[in-house]
Design a protein around this ligand. Structure first.
Ligand SMILES: NC(=O)c1ccc[n+]([C@@H]2O[C@H](COP(=O)([O-])OP(=O)(O)OC[C@H]3O[C@@H](n4cnc5c(N)ncnc54)[C@H](OP(=O)(O)O)[C@@H]3O)[C@@H](O)[C@H]2O)c1
Length: 215
């Protein structure tokens, strides 16, 4: 993973910051993107003490994706379509990892495209494959390299891209499962709404999913 470069757009948030720390452990170079370059740099300074390895940089979303092999979309659903639209034209040859969950007041809903993932792929067309992943992971556990992680359900319509994303996920310490084509994404995205409810109900920050019966 030494030469791997991952950009996280919306990387200053809970999920993006936690993922940056995890990706650093196996030596990935991570570029945190933000709408505000200074904010990205400030977040990077706060994360650096938590990094055991890897390299971390902060810049604008647009600049972050420039040399990346993978681009993680980690913004709230309200900004999703616009963010993917902004990426279009910048991401040929890269793989998009979409972790976005359509939520309104913490309640999941199905967007017009069928899911956030399908929305992203519709916008991007053939420019880059979009793979859905990390929706059900706890950002709190992700940001603590000592914590064990829930399983990650990975979906999308490009098998090679999915395999590459599953490989990264395994290297950051989670089990990854091929959870099917992009039409399954609405289930995986929506499950996060249930996990949010469970976390509130049982006063936890660690809710996640575990697949049993499959090695
Ligand atoms: N937190 C979790 O545990 C978790 C787990 C799985 C999946 N997710 C999903 O991952 C995504 C990110 O979650 P999060 O908790 O990290 O979100 P967040 O902290 O609320 O936001 C992430 C970042 O997105 C940027 N942003 C906010 N509104 C935006 C907009 N309208 N347009 C463009 N950028 C915007 C902000 O960065 P700048 O101000 O720096 O641009 C913000 O720091 C969400 O879709 C969430 O459903 C979250």
């Amino acid at each position: 993973m030494e030469n791997l470069q991952v950009a996280i757009v919306g990387g200053t948030g809970n999920l993006g910051s936690a993922l940056a720390v995890r990706l650093g452990a196996p030596g990935v170079r991570v570029i945190i993107g933000s709408r505000d370059e200074q904010k990205a740099r400030t977040v990077v300074e706060t994360l650096k003490p938590k990094m055991r390895a890897g390299e971390l940089e902060g810049t604008t979303n647009r600049q972050a994706v420039k040399d990346a092999d993978f681009v993680v979309v980690a913004v709230p659903y309200e900004g999703h379509a616009q963010m993917v639209q902004d990426l279009k034209g910048q991401v040929a040859g890269k793989i998009i990892i979409d972790a976005v969950v359509p939520l309104k007041k913490l309640r999941p809903f199905v967007p017009p495209a069928g899911s956030a993932l399908q929305e992203a792929q519709q916008i991007l067309g053939d420019e880059a494959p979009a793979v859905g992943a990390l929706h059900n992971i706890s950002a709190v556990d992700l940001g603590d390299v000592e914590s064990s992680l829930g399983d990650v359900l990975v979906c999308g319509d490009n098998p090679e891209a999915k395999e590459k994303v599953m490989d990264i996920i395994r290297r950051i310490g989670a089990r990854a499962f091929d959870a099917g084509p992009a039409y399954n994404a609405y289930v995986i995205e929506g499950l996060t709404g249930v996990i949010i409810y469970l976390n509130r109900k049982y006063k936890s920050k660690h809710g996640s999913v575990k697949i049993t019966g499959i090695e």
